[in-house]
Design a protein around this ligand. Structure first.
Ligand code: DGT
Ligand code: CA
Ligand code: CA
Length: 580
């Protein structure tokens, strides 16, 4: 992704440092380094990414090497990154192989070895050059690659190109948070809101659109365009400026008067399609709608707040997450919009990995973190089974883990750790865990973890067969997509939803920021069909439990109410429903 071709700048964020460490691991893999060393960097990246505080602060206290899992050598590299924005080892790699790792590794089918090969044989450094080489049939001539690989790569390039310039909402959140804090703390800034797709909580954003109320617009512009992390000023006017941040994200800031802030917010929150619909509604009523207000003839009749504007149009207030022209304007006219689920409705998380598989924290740590969120339960769902991914546990360990959970539950009041597992659905459509053990679990999560490229019929059949086993409660990450990295698999979601409804199986909305699987429109169709949904963060650390917010955002974009989500059940309601 463009944003993470990291340029030197002060104060790299944790996720950026994690990115570089991952890239170093990638280079080490290109050069056939030992698994151990590669993993050390990958682990360090994971740790830094989910650290609850700024790594720069830890560094300043001289405590980086005291973080469990980070050795002296990597601590030193992290120090370099904090101090200088880059590291010697990384620079050396980049000089030898100046390839755009983020771009190329986002192409499905391209790993370290192939990227190295393609650079050595064809000098391919980025997506554009890869596409060109494939179109000119130069890839098939490289030994070990061939025609089929070339064709697959070309398809994967198409997908990667489409996603290249959009930033995950979770990352945009960090950047937006920073900007709002800086601009919002100015004495002459009265209000500030990030509008656009960001406010609609879309899974990725193209740019940030910030609206400000101030009596000194020019001072706001001066301050904004001279922020330290601004790379290029694209335009600067008296009340509107656009910049590219050093890490590639575009940010627009516009200043408005208080009395039209609502209509400006409405306009710049979008979506464009929603705005178009609203303007039609206005016209039908003989009104005019623009960012400057709702007008009858030349008189402004609304503009200060969004509510006031909607009311003037004869509509009830529409939450930003719904503004995608998916029927919300019609529903607002009939006053029949759904009461969307809220973060405060969430009482537990169903998809959490502990250090029994590939997570970083103990079960107790996770349970305590969940209690701090006022949750009533937490389902530990480590990987199990033969598919040797992600530190999967064998049956023996799962048994031990269940004993451990019983013990912990004995010590916890008003809170329950649920015994779960993330079970693989095999190529034959079986659950990869013995039936006896499955029946001892409180919650059985199952999903496919390989073979995503099989035909639609094959995948659908495989998943439905597993659902019909009568052994699973939740189908996890139903399409297997990874935003900007892996296209969703072909699966007949309509058929899956019908089966889920019939058998009382819930579909997961995986809340991990680069999964968000199901996606918004799919959630909406599940809601329409009355299929149960469940949020799981897919946490691999305590800090990841915070990703629940993104899951709730996504659920809201799919018109999900409190009733439609299992996580809103209280512990006793849940125990009844799962008969546990
Ligand atoms: P993004 O940035 O691609 O993630 O998506 P948005 O929705 O943030 O789009 P952006 O940044 O181009 O514009 C922000 C909002 O401003 C957009 O949601 C609606 C409004 N807007 C921008 N251009 C137009 C336009 O040509 N017509 C209408 N009706 N609204 C527009
Ligand atoms: Ca935008
Ligand atoms: Ca914009």
């Amino acid at each position: 992704m463009k944003l993470f071709t990291l340029k030197e700048r002060l104060g790299l964020k944790n996720f950026e440092i994690a990115r570089i460490l991952e890239n170093i691991a990638f280079y080490l893999e290109m050069f056939g380094e030992t698994k151990f060393r590669i993993r050390a960097f990958q682990n360090a990246a994971k740790i830094i990414e989910s650290l609850p505080e700024d790594i720069a602060d830890v560094y300043r206290r001289g405590e980086v090497s005291t973080i469990p899992g980070i050795g002296a050598a990597i601590a030193e590299i992290i120090g370099e990154l904090v101090e200088t924005g880059t590291a010697k080892i990384y620079q050396e790699f980049r000089e030898k192989y100046p390839v755009n790792i983020e771009e190329l590794s986002a192409v499905e089918g391209l790993g370290p070895k192939r990227i190295k090969l393609l650079y050595e044989k064809l000098k391919i450094k980025n997506l554009e050059e890869l596409e060109k080489a494939a179109r000119e049939h130069r890839i098939r001539r490289v030994k070990t690659l061939g025609v089929k690989t070339e064709k697959n790569l070309l398809k994967a390039v198409e997908f990667a190109k489409k996603s290249k310039d959009r930033l995950l909402l979770a990352y945009a959140d960090e950047i937006a948070g920073d900007l709002v804090e800086k601009l919002g703390s100015l004495s002459f800034v009265e209000r500030i809101t990030v509008a656009g797709s960001y406010r609609r909580r879309k899974e990725t954003v193209g740019d940030l659109d910030i609206l400000v109320v101030s009596k000194r617009p020019e001072a706001v512009m001066d301050y904004f365009t001279s922020l330290e992390n601004v790379g290029i000023v694209l335009g600067k006017g008296p009340a509107k400026s656009s910049v590219l941040l050093k890490d590639g994200l575009q940010v627009d800031v516009r200043v408005f008067d208080e009395e039209i802030y609502g209509s400006a917010l409405l306009y710049f929150t979008g979506s464009k399609e929603h705005n178009v619909k609203l303007r039609i509604v206005a016209m039908e009523k003989g009104l005019k709608l623009s960012e400057y207000g709702v007008f009858r003839d030349d008189k402004r009749i609304a503009g200060r707040t969004e509510e006031e504007c909607y009311r003037a149009l004869g509509l009830s207030y529409i939450e930003p997450e719904l503004r995608e022209d998916m029927g919300e304007v019609e529903a607002a006219r009939k006053n029949s919009l759904p009461q969307l689920v809220e973060y405060s409705d969430i009482k537990g998380d169903f998809h959490v990995h502990s250090n029994w598989s590939d997570g970083m924290n103990t079960i107790l740590d996770l349970a305590e973190a969940a209690r701090e969120k006022n949750y009533q339960y937490l389902c530990i769902s480590d990987h199990v089974g033969a598919l040797k991914v992600a530190g999967a546990m064998d049956e023996e360990s799962l048994r031990k883990q269940m004993e451990e959970i019983d013990k912990l539950n004995g010590r916890l009041d008003d809170f329950r750790i649920l015994k779960g597992a993330e079970v693989n659905i095999t190529a034959e459509g079986n659950l990869d865990l013995s039936v006896g053990l499955i029946k001892e679990l409180d919650v059985v999560l199952a999903g496919i973890h390989s073979g995503f490229r099989a035909s639609k019929e094959a995948i659908t059949k495989r998943v439905i067969k597993a659902m019909e086993s009568g052994l699973m409660h939740i189908l996890v990450h139903p399409t297997g997509r990874i935003i900007n990295r892996r296209a969703p698999c072909e699966i007949d979601l309509g058929a899956i939803m019908d089966t889920a409804k019939e058998l009382g199986i819930a579909l997961e909305i995986n809340a991990f920021p680069d999964r968000l699987d199901l996606r918004d429109v799919q959630i909406k169709s599940a809601v329409d069909k009355g299929v149960s949904l469940v949020l799981g963060t897919d946490s691999h650390s305590c800090n990841h439990l915070n990703y629940m917010r993104f899951g709730v955002d996504q659920a809201r974009r799919g018109w999900c109410t409190k009733r439609g989500l299992i996580n809103t059940l209280s512990l006793s309601e849940l125990e009844k429903r799962f008969d546990i």
